[in-house]
Design a protein around this ligand. Structure first.
Ligand code: ATP
Ligand code: MG
Length: 239
């Protein structure tokens, strides 16, 4: 569903991705880990076309992202992204936040959009908050609404960029649980995370990014027995 093939990305003369290659198949959960500045967010943003790549090939849901004229509109229906900041509309209720894009972008009718909103709110355990405004919710609940809003577009692939980093530790668990549930439901996902225990539990594949490439990759057990000194150092530094 996603294939990075020697992907390069620079900002000016600053080379961030220097030949990133990896593949994500349908239903897989992939965790991207690595030091701050190693290019995890950049790689994620390339997947949904927020950044264009400078070299190599990148295929996402059947689209060749390295070629001109990518249908970004179609791409973003297929690929949902959730960031650290939830960016809910403060003046809209939870339900209105969720039904907005399906109605405006996908042209779904009001009734169907409301049914979808109920479905996705149930998935994140917040059906009872449909009429609430974002400010009435905790950070963890707002982030779960942001996830629900993304799910309402019925994406084929979900991207999560450190969705728990802005949350107090006691609110992190409820968001991670939602992601675990999505994984169990077979959703294809890419997670950028600093939660190593979580990455180990939920991810089928872990990619350790270092010096602009995937330095080491493997299953959860890789974190317990790194093959490279660099991953070993990263894991033991507890970042
Ligand atoms: P973190 O763990 O801190 O989120 P990251 O691995 O997600 O780090 P990126 O956000 O991908 O790292 O950034 C990688 C590098 O690219 C950084 O040095 C950053 O300053 C640079 N960078 C990212 N976006 C831009 C941009 N739009 N313009 C210029 N430089 C950028
Ligand atoms: Mg980042």
């Amino acid at each position: 569903i996603v294939r990075f093939d020697k992907v390069h990305k620079s900002f000016g003369s600053n080379q961030i991705l220097k030949g990133v290659s990896f593949e994500i198949t349908q239903g897989q959960v992939v965790a991207l880990i690595g030091r701050s500045g190693s290019g995890k967010s950049t790689a994620l943003r390339c997947i949904n076309g927020l950044e264009t790549i400078n070299g190599g090939e990148l295929h996402v849901c059947g689209r060749a992202m390295h070629q001109p004229g990518v249908d970004l509109h179609g791409l973003r229906k297929d690929v949902g992204i959730v960031f650290q900041s939830y960016n809910l509309f403060p003046h809209l209720t939870v339900e209105e936040n969720i039904t907005l894009a399906p109605r405006k972008v996908n042209g779904i009718g009001a009734q169907e959009a409301r049914e979808t909103a109920a479905d996705v709110l149930r998935k994140v355990g917040l059906l009872d908050k449909a009429a609430a405004y974002p400010e009435q919710l905790s950070g963890g609940q707002q982030q779960r609404v942001a996830i629900a809003r993304s799910l309402a577009m019925k994406p084929k692939l979900m991207l999560f960029d450190e969705v728990t980093s802005a949350l107090d530790p006691e609110l992190t668990g409820e968001v991670l649980k939602v992601i675990e549930k999505l994984a169990a439901d077979g959703m294809t996902m890419v997670l950028v995370t600093h939660e190593m225990a979580f990455a180990r539990n939920v991810a089928d594949q872990i990619m350790f990014m270092h010096h602009g490439i995937v330095w080491e990759s493997g299953g959860g057990e890789m974190l317990g027995q790194p093959s490279t000194a660099e991953l070993n150092q990263f894991v033991s530094s507890g970042l």
